[in-house]
Ligand binder design. Structure first.
Ligand code: NOJ
Length: 535
């Protein structure tokens, strides 16, 4: 029954970039004190848990995923006391908080690396992966293809090459060294003791290296990750561990273990297929990937998303599909990055409200725990002229005031979007608050409607046959609650839909419109319906 499900199986998550949210002290960077003043906005969306992106001391060469101190707070974002105040304020509103833990690598600025490079005999030398040649582990792919020529970088101070799967400013930690395990366990305890509700564990497939493999998903990695889970279960029951592993569904399955590794894994491959299906007007990619997704152990869950702070990754599609996606969604080269697309949700959809609604309704009715990316709830735009992925990480647009009400500083960490149609003077939370049909209010409506239906929160899925490739239909079902029939037109032409088996109410029509049994429904372009049987 739904009331016995663990909280993360039925929750909606929200991804928060603390630097981008609200600046309370006028230094041009968002901070925890500022974010506290915006918790009511987050709560009003109907979400249950906030994922706070890296907030650690860091040179920010990878926006904080290059950690220089695992138990501190970046001075731009506040202090440990500010973090505690944020956590308490979130909890007081019934919002849980998870944080990023970056176990695979740290920053070259971390004292461990500084000690390691300076002295071969330092105990910290063995915290990293060194080699006299860059010839080892040749089968490991390069992830940041546009910037990194190799996974090895020669360090002149150390007199050796060090291993890194991401930027050369992010040396990988050496998980063959048990001392690294102990360090990480203590980092986890530090934050769990403070009361956080869990972790989004960054880049977990890459913890170990072994010759003759692609250095991903190795058995040793799973042994370590299971030890992390044991720590949580034994010392902090009820906290959640979420895996960021950009892999195919069958390779993700081991990250759940027998229910003794991660409780939640991001489902990467579904995401590009939602966009693909919408552009092609063909449901096949969605059905294929979900049919290829194996059942997962009891008590676990997938996490789904439309966009996040990274490029829209096209690693989990074929080369032909990737090329097609680039042509369709990133016609300008500047929009492409590594194997992906650095654009936000709304520009990907050409600011088309019908597509926005269809995609969100689809996303919120498919299996999995959804996570929203800050700013997408108001249809924020991007700035492709900023470097790296920063174009999707610009300040939140609160109002038509200077710097979008984000900051009183002369200059903000990145410029606010000021070009139509995403110009902060017209696209902002305050303006949308007043409009019942705004993206903001529709987001609230969609989330509340989903969360009101146990079948949509965590029910089973059964496909419903339709003879039209553009018409996607499925039922979500759970014991003791009404089933929901979800129906979508993925094309921009009118399509004949289904004949309903009974009189049914459309939860997505705000007037609660009832459709009569046996009557053939006509589907408007990009129509989305969630039907429940009329009592
Ligand atoms: C995944 C994060 O989402 C991304 O932003 C980061 O650059 C890499 N991991 C490396 O930490």
């Amino acid at each position: 029954m739904s009331d016995t499900k663990p909280w993360y199986q039925e929750a909606v998550f929200f991804e928060l970039n603390i630097r981008a949210y609200r600046d309370s002290d006028g230094d041009g960077n968002g901070d925890f004190r500022g974010a506290i003043t915006k918790l009511d906005h987050i709560k009003s969306l109907g979400v249950d848990c906030i994922w706070v992106q890296p907030m650690y001391p860091s040179p920010l060469r990878d926006d904080g995923y290059d950690v220089a101190d695992y138990t501190g707070i970046h001075t731009d974002f506040g202090t440990l006391d500010d973090f505690r105040a944020f956590l308490d304020a979130a909890h007081a509103r019934g919002l849980r908080v998870i944080i990023d833990v970056v176990m695979n690598h740290c920053s070259i600025d971390h004292p461990w690396f500084q000690a390691a490079r300076a002295d071969r005999n330092s105990p910290y030398r063995d915290y990293f992966v060194w080699s006299d040649t860059p010839e080892k582990y040749k089968e490991a792919r390069i992830i940041f293809l546009d910037t990194e020529p190799s996974n090895w970088t020669y360090d002149t101070v150390a007199g050796q090459y060090f291993w890194h799967r991401f930027y050369s400013s992010q040396p990988d930690l050496n998980y063959d060294n048990p001392a690294v395990h102990e360090e990480m366990f203590n980092v986890l305890r530090f934050w769990l003791d403070m009361g956080i509700d869990g972790f989004r564990a960054d880049a977990v497939p890459y913890l170990y290296e072994r010759e003759g493999t692609n250095c991903e998903n190795l058995p040793e990695t799973h042994v370590f990750l299971k030890a992390v889970r044991r720590l949580l279960d034994a010392e902090y029951p009820g906290r959640v561990l979420i895996a960021e592993a950009n892999q195919w569904p069958e390779d993700l399955l081991p990250y759940f273990g027998d229910g003794d590794e991660f409780q939640v894994c991001f489902h990467f491959p579904i995401m590009p297929r939602l966009y693909m299906a919408l552009k092609r007007g063909d449901k096949t990619p969605i059905i294929d990937i979900l049919n290829r997704t194996p059942p997962i152990p009891p008590g676990t869950q997938w996490m789904t998303f439309l966009r996040n702070h990274d490029e829209l990754t096209l690693e989990m599609v074929t080369p032909e599909e990737r090329q097609w996606m680039w042509e369709q969604y990133a016609p300008e080269l500047r929009m492409r990055l590594n194997l992906g697309i650095r654009r936000r949700l709304m520009p990907l959809l050409d600011d088309d409200r019908r597509r926005w609604l269809a995609l969100n309704a689809l996303f919120l009715s498919l299996p999995g725990t959804p996570i929203l990316y800050y700013g997408d709830e108001i249809g924020m735009g991007d700035n492709i002229w900023l470097e790296d992925r920063h174009g999707c990480r610009t300040p939140m647009q609160w109002s038509a005031e200077r710097h979008a009400g984000f900051s009183e500083a002369a200059r903000t960490y990145q410029p606010v979007i000021d070009q139509p149609p995403y110009d902060y003077r017209t696209r902002n939370a305050a303006a949308q608050e007043a409009d019942p049909d705004s993206y903001l209010n529709l987001t609230r409506f969609l989330i509340a409607t989903r969360q009101g239906q146990p079948a949509l929160r965590a029910g089973a899925l059964a496909w419903v046959e339709t003879s039209d490739a553009a018409v996607l239909a499925f039922r979500r079902m759970t014991e003791g609650a009404p089933a929901v029939l979800c129906l979508f037109n993925l094309s921009d032409s009118v399509r004949p839909g289904l004949a309903l088996p009974a009189d049914m109410r459309d939860l997505l029509s705000r007037e609660g419109r009832v459709f009569a049994a046996k009557q053939q429904i006509e589907l408007a372009p990009f129509a989305a319906h969630w039907f429940v049987e009329e009592a």
